[in-house]
Design a protein around this ligand. Structure first.
Ligand code: FMN
Length: 179
């Protein structure tokens, strides 16, 4: 750790509990979409809901998401070497909730088709991005998973599901970016 930098930039919030609570609250102002990360293993399909999906690079094509170190599903996904990010539409918050419940049969009653990497592409997803796992970085209580895009597509028009301040939402009006 660089102590000179720490002296120049001391933390205003010293207590780690208080910092965690401020991080949750303040970062909750950053609205994101919601995706289900899937993969196919010998023991059956795997999935977990994330809001940490980001586009990283176009050349080479890279995306990233961050699983918590406590996730039971992530180590099994990592072993497969690939994943599919299924971006959810506003009317499928049920999928967002279902794939966030640890220890349940997350795929019961969920329809999907295997993608290029055999990872489940969920029926009803707004879009999908299939990746091979390029690198996994340690980052505090999370990992940062860099995926190299192998295939991707849009599955139809629709509004995205949003996540803001700990709750689901959607646009009242779609952004006017196509004029
Ligand atoms: C909207 C939403 C976003 C989430 N985003 C993340 C995330 O980015 N990273 C993560 O590790 N968990 C995230 N979670 C929690 C995981 O979905 C949940 O802990 C996980 O699926 C638990 O199952 P597992 O133990 O089988 O991994 C999110 C949950 C919800 C509802």
């Amino acid at each position: 750790m660089n102590s000179t930098l720490l002296k120049e930039h001391p933390a205003r919030i010293a207590d780690s509990q208080e910092m965690a609570s401020a991080m949750r609250s303040v970062l909750g102002n950053f609205c994101t979409g919601v995706a289900v990360i899937t993969s196919d293993s010998a023991d059956g399909p795997l999935g977990m809901t994330v809001q940490s999906l980001v586009s990283i690079s176009l050349d080479p094509p890279l995306i990233m998401f961050s699983p918590q170190k406590t996730s039971k599903t992530w180590p099994a996904i990592q072993r497969t070497g690939s994943f599919c990010a299924n971006i959810l539409p506003a009317d499928r918050r049920d999928l967002g909730l279902r794939f966030a419940r640890s220890g349940t049969d997350k795929f019961a009653g969920v329809d999907w088709q295997p993608g290029l990497t055999a990872a489940p592409v969920l029926d009803g997803a707004l879009a999908f991005i299939e990746c091979s796992i390029e690198h996994v970085y340690e980052a505090g209580d999370h990992y940062m998973v860099l995926g190299r895009v192998r295939d991707l597509g849009e599955k139809g028009p629709g509004e995205p599901l949003l996540f803001f301040k700990g709750g689901f939402g959607s646009f009242n009006r779609m952004p006017r970016n196509q004029d």
